[in-house]
Design a protein around this ligand. Structure first.
Ligand SMILES: NC(=O)c1ccc[n+]([C@@H]2O[C@H](COP(=O)([O-])OP(=O)(O)OC[C@H]3O[C@@H](n4cnc5c(N)ncnc54)[C@H](OP(=O)(O)O)[C@@H]3O)[C@@H](O)[C@H]2O)c1
Length: 379
């Protein structure tokens, strides 16, 4: 039957938590003036929610538009040519003989150009690749192009955190100081893919492996202090996303481009966090944006951009220029935690984009990454 107020009946069971129906009953049973006040408050709250949604939508649209404009004018080849007018030749006349560099994803695109660039400055380069055949081909090419025989191949599939850990143990057993770690390997996978270890693939390679590898080779980096540095190849794509604690993109509709942008935002915030955490260890942490370069990765994952900008994308060497530059510069010239673009400090947030405050979440994100990767809790 109906209840006295005419509202839908409650189930009548004692101590049952109030469901939505029951709540509705409760509200209708109040005095009329209370109901008016309650109704007015609800109206105002839903107006505020509408306003927040509208602002978020405008902010998102603004971010995308500002990123597009910034990108098309600066990230392209013409942007590089323009910025290169300010480059100083002497910056690149530094040698790295006797210094050890580890470059991930070194068989292709920017990683290849980075490994070649560092090798041409005399560094001992360890090329971390997942595929032996592709790795060997790249290794032989780089040795023959640079004449530097101190270039070596390391095999590791970074989508497996267990492999990253084994690699770090094996590499650490060489007991060599590590002067430069370049976290370059990365991907943009549009389809939601889960690795055999249960991680979302973009997150696994771009974030989990980057974090785990860096933390596990810290003792080697410290051996190379005060000269040591970690350069993480992030992306301007991160301008479109704030830092998000939803690391593995649990939303039902997967958007790989968005997930990639979120991953890159994590890399930039992580770099800031590392710079602060390890400020007394003599290891410098820098993230960077290579601009838009014509790499196998871009033509595979962003075919439309690749086609639209055909002829105006950067060469692999131009994309890797700032990575090599960061590897060569005396540490005093570099600002820890900074995001670099074309050999200069760049903004981490676009104006009015509303992304800046999100970096406060990095501490809890680090805790989550450590737990996902089965690393002991952060000391
Ligand atoms: N090109 C650009 O315009 C651009 C712009 C912004 C940022 N970036 C960043 O630059 C970095 C390099 O990208 P790219 O454009 O040079 O792409 P790329 O040509 O596809 O190179 C990516 C490299 O990462 C390696 N890699 C991918 N998954 C791996 C895994 N599970 N284990 C080990 N290695 C793995 C690839 O190995 P395989 O060859 O075996 O696949 C390859 O060597 C990425 O972090 C990317 O996000 C690029």
């Amino acid at each position: 039957g109906e209840s006295a107020s005419g509202a839908p009946p409650c189930s009548g069971r004692k101590n049952e938590p109030l469901g939505p129906e029951a709540k509705q009953h409760f509200v209708s049973a109040r005095a009329p003036e209370e109901e008016d006040r309650g109704g007015g408050e609800r109206e105002r709250e839903s107006a505020r929610a509408r306003e927040r949604r509208k602002n978020m939508f405008i902010q998102k649209a603004w971010r995308t538009a500002a990123f597009g404009l910034y990108g098309f004018t600066q990230f392209t080849k013409s942007g590089f040519v323009e910025h290169a007018k300010k480059f100083r030749e002497e910056d690149m006349q530094i040698r790295l003989d006797g210094k050890n560099c580890l470059v991930t994803g070194a068989n292709s695109g920017l990683g290849y150009a980075t490994a070649q660039g560092l090798a041409s400055h005399g560094a001992t380069v360890y090329m971390l690749c997942r595929n032996k055949e592709r790795g060997e081909t790249a290794l032989n090419e780089i040795r023959s192009k640079t004449g530097n025989m101190n270039v070596h191949l390391e095999i590791c599939d970074l989508s497996s955190i267990n492999e990253v850990k084994s690699f770090a143990t094996k590499f650490s057993s060489l007991e060599k100081p590590l002067h430069v770690l370049v976290n370059n390997a990365g991907l943009l996978e549009h389809k939601r893919t889960t690795t055999p270890e249960g991680l979302e693939l973009n997150f696994a390679v771009n974030v989990a492996a980057t974090y785990t590898l860096t933390e596990l080779v810290m003792p080697l980096l410290e051996k190379a202090a005060p000269d040591a540095r970690v350069i993480t190849v992030a992306s301007g794509g991160m301008y479109t996303e704030p830092l998000n604690t939803n690391l593995q993109y649990s939303e039902s509709e997967f958007d790989g481009t968005k997930q990639y942008a979120r991953n890159k935002r994590v890399q930039v915030a992580l770099t800031e966090w590392w710079a602060e955490k390890y400020s007394n260890k003599g290891v410098g942490f820098y993230s960077m944006h290579p601009g838009w370069a014509d790499t196998p990765g871009v033509s595979k994952s962003l075919p439309v951009l690749s086609e639209k900008l055909s002829g105006n994308l950067r060469s692999n060497e131009e994309g890797a220029d700032t990575v090599v530059w960061l590897g060569l510069q005396p540490k005093e010239k570099l600002v820890p935690g900074t995001f670099y673009f074309d050999r200069a400090e760049a903004q981490k947030h676009l104006k009015f984009a509303g992304t800046a405050a999100s970096h406060e979440k990095i501490g809890s994100i680090v805790d989550s990454i450590r737990s996902i990767c089965n690393l002991p809790a952060n000391p």
